[in-house]
Design a protein around this ligand. Structure first.
Ligand code: 5RP
Length: 219
């Protein structure tokens, strides 16, 4: 099985967590895209979805799945999304696609967060994947200095603008052993919108696709 086939397998397995007649949250990225493709078969069974990015909204609507603005809904039964890295405690790094802030908001509202990923994403210690931080544009240089002085690593400006009109700094060279503390510390820097650590609200379930099938990992 290649990586895309593993992503497809976990995307298919995630359908089991979709509850009938509810609104679900849908993430962003190639694994989430496979999930949307699979979800199209169930589109008559859900009320609709909240999207974590403009790209996801377009893909959902392309299948005729109703997309709600988050302010129109009170409850999201489950949020299904990929990750760039996950550790055994189901802390995640997300934001490789730059959608981290909306992803974090939808995950916060959802009753359950099911993360779907191929086995290459599971690591002992997170940080080999550069940690994305969404930053208000005027604060980029200030936030970069604060991160490099107080957190460590190198904060590199990505040539990218988020759906919210902000910039992304990718922090290279971290070894994240206390993900909750690092998430909170970075978020306390003025000018940071949020960072891609999902630890204070990590995943509830990780579906991990490997060559021998889909494993279910719970913390
Ligand atoms: C986007 C994300 C994605 O979930 C993450 O980048 C994983 O992407 P892929 O499924 O393409 O490997 O956080 O902001």
């Amino acid at each position: 099985m290649n990586q895309d086939e593993m992503k497809q397998a976990v995307a298919q397995a995630a359908l089991k967590y979709v509850e009938k007649d509810t609104i679900i949250g849908v993430g962003t990225g190639s694994t989430a895209n496979f999930f949307i493709d699979a979800l199209s078969a169930l589109k008559g069974e859900i009320k609709g979805a909240v999207a974590s990015s403009v790209a996801t909204q377009k893909r959902l609507e392309g299948y005729g799945i109703k997309v709600f603005d988050l302010n129109q809904v009170d409850e999201i039964s489950v949020y299904i999304d990929g990750a760039d890295e996950a550790d055994g405690g189901l802390n995640l790094i997300k934001g490789g696609g730059g959608a981290l802030t909306r992803e974090k908001i939808v995950a916060a509202v959802a009753e359950k967060f099911v993360c779907i990923a191929d086995e290459s994403k599971l690591v002992e210690v997170m940080g080999a994947f550069a940690l994305p931080v969404e930053v208000i544009p005027m604060a980029v240089n200030y936030v970069k200095r604060q991160i490099e002085n107080d957190i460590g690593g190198r904060a590199i400006l990505r040539d990218f603008t988020t759906d919210n009109g902000n910039k992304i700094l990718d922090i290279q060279g971290l070894k994240i052993t206390d993900a909750k503390a690092v998430e909170s510390q970075i978020n306390s820097i003025v000018g940071v919108v949020t960072n891609g650590l999902f630890a204070n609200r990590g995943a509830d379930i990780l579906l991990l696709g490997g060559s021998d099938g889909v494993k279910i990992i719970k913390p």
